[in-house]
Design a protein around this ligand. Structure first.
Ligand SMILES: Nc1ncnc2c1ncn2[C@@H]1O[C@H](COP(=O)(O)OP(=O)(O)OP(=O)(O)O)[C@@H](O)[C@H]1O
Ligand SMILES: [Mg+2]
Length: 547
């Protein structure tokens, strides 16, 4: 890769920046994750940090948040050199961190999560924060993030999106001067995303708070960023001022900085493929009158043909994931029939489904998709370990590694290990033997995909497959989904990304509160038609084939 190491720009204005990070280098073992990276953030400035999966964004922010110690470089806050050894140090400096992977504790209620670590310490009456006060204060912050539930609600009962809001409320409660948001919207609905962006703008404009905003969604960045700082392969790749961000031109500028070249628009390519692949076979999977525990009074029916991508659109909580779980056998249906290739399929457990070639790429990769402590190689080969086992039960490492390397290469799974060991077998071994936890968020997602790939699936269920995935990798995943379909796989694609579902699907089933409100053919596709059905409005004039 050519070295276009851009210079990190200082924020505009004469005042010293709130934050100066200079020459930050961070190695993990022999692996260089960050090399001589600089970042400056002004007061009340929103700086968007962009880069491909594995570029080093989260690592840079973890250095700032006290999670990692840099090997070299200096950090200044309001001109004073600081050492940030822990999250507590960061907090004292007014730096709050909203992590890419949620860190709220499920077994506590909201108020306790918001004030975690700052509960009453008994150090005198003035420092004593009474429970009632904690509740009252929590309520104020919840209001600011638009969460209308009691502060005493257990976090375990909240949706992923609501938990995210609790994290933001926690940052607000810390009176932070700088809030780091690492992919805060990747699990939010469009409405919640708007609210979050509004909260961030309010922080900047009315409270003078600075924000470092990490996202793969360039539209959001165009909306909110005062400046963009791009990282590529652990180095600064260049900055863009707000004026250079707007429109399609701004979009291409950001992509070019991140990947170092122009990219064909992933959506366009996927659309063209979907357009071209009109051949579909007989119904591979047929669902009749399926009822899930979440919506026991709604029966759902649909079929997916071999070679077809059936998109599932709808608002978060519409019941799409529940249908996927019933198909995969992990949350058996209450009633209804599932037929595979015309014969009834009993799907009482995930192993029933796997035996039949039905696989699920889940939404929450941290809990159900990956074993973070295990090597990447083991994660990839986990579902088909028996193939690599000898008669004595030993795993044939060579075969396992080879299979894993083929799939990883196919998905272009990158880890920092690939940067030090430039050549051959060493490099591959280093990548595959590293624990899954050492991969960036987006690359972890790709490992989950890799797991199912070489298994010759018959039915593949994708639940939000590109959440947190960078632009280049998205294109790869779309191509892969279309390729799988071309090979005869029936694909169920759950996605909240409107553009995504419109581009790669052959048909789209739209759900509203547990019921399918319509199934659209490609000729009926439009953002408006999908939205209308998603909010349960059936009065429109667009022809809709209701099941
Ligand atoms: N604890 C760790 N041990 C070893 N390597 C690590 C560790 N944490 C991160 N890395 C490596 O450092 C590099 C940068 O990862 P990082 O998580 O910062 O990427 P990112 O830009 O946030 O990507 P994404 O968009 O996928 O979240 C990656 O190659 C990753 O494999
Ligand atoms: Mg990250």
């Amino acid at each position: 890769m050519t070295d276009t190491a851009g210079q990190a720009a200082l924020p505009p204005g004469d005042a010293p920046p709130l934050l100066e990070m200079r020459g930050i280098t961070k190695r993990f073992g022999g692996v260089v994750a960050l090399e001589n990276v600089s970042l400056f953030v002004g007061r009340g400035e929103v700086v968007a940090l962009i880069g491909e999966n594995g570029a080093g964004k989260s690592t840079l922010m973890k250095v700032l948040g006290g999670v990692h110690q840099p090997d070299q470089g200096e950090i200044r806050v309001e001109s004073a050199a600081v050492r940030i050894r822990s999250a507590r140090d960061a907090g004292r400096l007014g730096i709050a961190f909203i992590h890419q992977e949620l860190t709220v504790l499920d077994n506590l209620d909201i108020a306790s999560n918001v004030f975690l670590g700052r509960e009453p310490t008994g150090g005198g009456p003035l420092r004593l924060l009474r429970n009632g006060e904690i509740e009252a204060r929590t309520e104020v912050y919840l209001k600011q993030v638009g969460l209308t539930v009691s502060p005493r609600t257990s976090v375990a009962r909240l949706s992923l999106a609501q938990k995210q809001m609790v994290e933001i409320a926690r940052a607000l409660s810390q009176q932070a001067r700088l809030i780091i948001m690492d992919e805060p919207t990747s699990s939010l609905t469009p409405g919640e995303t708007e609210r979050l962006l509004a909260v961030a703008k309010d922080l900047r404009e009315n409270k003078g708070v600075s924000v470092v905003y990490i996202s793969h969604r360039l539209g959001e960045i165009q909306e909110i960023a005062d400046r963009v700082v791009a990282l590529r392969d652990g180095r600064n790749a260049g900055d863009l001022p707000r004026g250079d961000l707007t429109g399609a031109e701004g979009n291409s500028r950001m992509v070019r900085l991140m990947v170092g070249r122009d990219l064909a628009h992933a959506m366009d390519t996927a659309s063209r493929d979907a357009e071209a692949d009109q051949e579909t076979g007989p119904a591979r999977i047929e669902v009749r009158g399926l009822r899930t525990p979440r919506y026991p009074d709604k029966a759902v029916s649909f079929s997916i043909r071999s070679g077809e991508v059936l998109g599932f659109a709808g608002l978060v909580g519409a019941g799409r994931t529940e249908i996927a779980q019933a198909l995969f056998g992990v949350e058996p249906a209450l009633a209804g029939e599932i037929l595979q290739d015309g014969t009834a399929a009993r799907l009482q457990s995930a192993s029933d489904a796997i035996t039949r070639g039905i696989y699920l790429v889940p939404e929450d990769r941290r809990h159900t998709g990956l074993i973070l402590d295990m090597a990447i190689r083991e994660n990839v080969s986990l579902p088909r370990l028996s193939r690599f086992a000898t008669s004595l039960g030993w795993v044939r490492r060579g075969a396992e590694r080879e299979a894993a390397s083929v799939t990883c290469a196919r998905l272009n799974i990158k880890s920092a290990a690939s940067r030090v060991h430039e050549e051959g077998a060493d490099r591959l071994a280093a990548i595959l033997d590293a624990p899954a936890s050492s991969l960036s968020g987006g690359n972890q997602q790709k490992v989950v995909l890799a797991k199912w790939l070489a298994l010759s699936p018959k039915v593949l269920i994708f639940d939000e497959p590109t959440r947190g995935i960078d632009v280049g990798a998205k294109a790869e995943i779309y191509a892969l989904i279309r390729e799988l379909a071309r090979g005869g796989v029936a694909v169920m694609l759950i996605s909240s990304d409107m553009e995504e579902v419109l581009s790669i699907s052959d048909r789209i089933a739209v759900l509203h509160e547990g019921a399918i409100t319509g199934i659209l053919d490609r000729s009926e596709f439009s953002q408006e038609a999908v939205m209308r059905l998603a909010i349960g409005d059936l009065s429109g004039t667009t022809p809709i084939s209701i099941l």
